[in-house]
Write a protein that binds this ligand. Structure first.
Ligand SMILES: [Fe+2]
Ligand SMILES: [Fe+2]
Length: 320
């Protein structure tokens, strides 16, 4: 089971001084978290301006204080998305924060997986955002350092996969949401892998790697047993490490034996990993990731889907 992270990042864009719950906020200074404002002092507009001048975009909240904040944001997200005075970029950042809170919540309290509707609501918001503000797509990936990688990675894979499915296929909305649910939960089986292995900065032993590889099937079994998840979502979870040339796991499926959603989830998964900072290597640029995947990946990914992916992602504006 993943250990609870002690501090959770909160994007400053999410903090509206009039409505934000009164909790202590911290800043990160090197490896330490330093109190920025105690719970009893309300954060002001001037604080936010000063933070902006200092180019800070993230504050931190102690994990145990996060639930009221997360619920507050989740309850107000519909309103925020309809607020016409907010820039799409800001909306995207807030939405990515809400989705990330949800994934962190699941990884620390897996019982919450039973609430499939909560997952569907979030995915629906993501999907609406992607269709309404295609040029603000990058703002969904605003959060943060590699410590929170697993959580934001899940949100990235979900949003990329929905975008690609929506552009290539005519799917009913409900199925697109199933694609998103599969994306958000594709690595949920990691909750069964010891944190010491997941966070190990050195190379893994063969045995540790075998354990990690179980996450696809374990995640699938867990969701299947809970019930309420569609075949599309389950396929994304179970088969996202299968490879087009048969070199993947858990079943060495080949070509179109691999369900289409899982083929696309695999491409989004690798792209998200390459373009994120990890403890053992820095992110590479989007363009380099696409070139690398096309060059090296043409046997491991479906070449037609890879070409479409490149077309779709290549046309999205980049903040780099
Ligand atoms: Fe995975
Ligand atoms: Fe992944």
């Amino acid at each position: 089971m993943t250990e609870p992270v002690q501090y959770r990042p909160i994007l400053i864009a999410c903090i509206n001084p009039d409505t934000f719950p009164d909790v202590a906020l911290y800043v990160k200074s090197g490896p330490n978290f330093v109190l920025y404002k105690p719970a009893e002092r309300t954060i002001t507009q001037q604080d936010l301006q000063r933070l902006e001048q200092n180019r800070a975009d993230t504050l931190y909240i102690r994990s145990e204080e996060m639930p009221p904040v997360a619920s507050f944001l989740e309850e107000t997200i519909g309103e925020i998305m309809h607020n016409e005075t907010l820039q799409p970029q800001v909306k995207g950042q807030i939405l990515s924060q809400v989705a990330m809170n949800y994934v962190m919540d699941l990884f620390t309290t897996p019982d919450r997986l039973t609430d499939v509707e909560r997952c569907r609501n979030l995915v629906r918001q993501l999907m609406q955002f992607i269709t309404q503000h295609p040029t603000a797509f990058d703002s969904l990936h605003a959060v943060v350092e590699h410590d929170y990688y697993t959580f934001i990675h899940s949100v990235q894979v979900a949003s990329l996969s929905m975008l690609v499915h929506a552009e290539i296929y005519q799917l009913p909305l409900y199925e697109l949401e199933d694609v998103g649910i599969g994306g958000i939960l594709h690595d949920v089986g990691m909750i069964f892998i010891p944190t010491t292995i997941l966070e190990k900065p050195e190379a893994l032993t063969n045995f540790e790697y075998t354990l990690i590889k179980r996450h696809a099937q374990r995640g699938y079994e867990c969701l299947r047993d809970l019930g309420g998840f569609s075949e599309i979502s389950l396929a994304a979870v179970r088969f996202h490490h299968e490879r087009y040339n048969g070199d993947g796991y858990p079943f060495n499926l080949k070509g179109n034996e691999i369900p289409r959603t899982a083929q696309i989830t695999a491409i989004c998964d690798v792209y998200s990993a390459l373009t994120s900072n990890r403890p053992y290597r820095s992110a590479i640029s989007k363009q380099d990731a696409l070139t690398l995947m096309e060059r090296e990946g043409n046997s491991i990914f479906n070449p037609d889907l890879m070409a479409r992916f490149k077309e779709i992602i290549g046309t999205k504006p980049s903040e780099e």
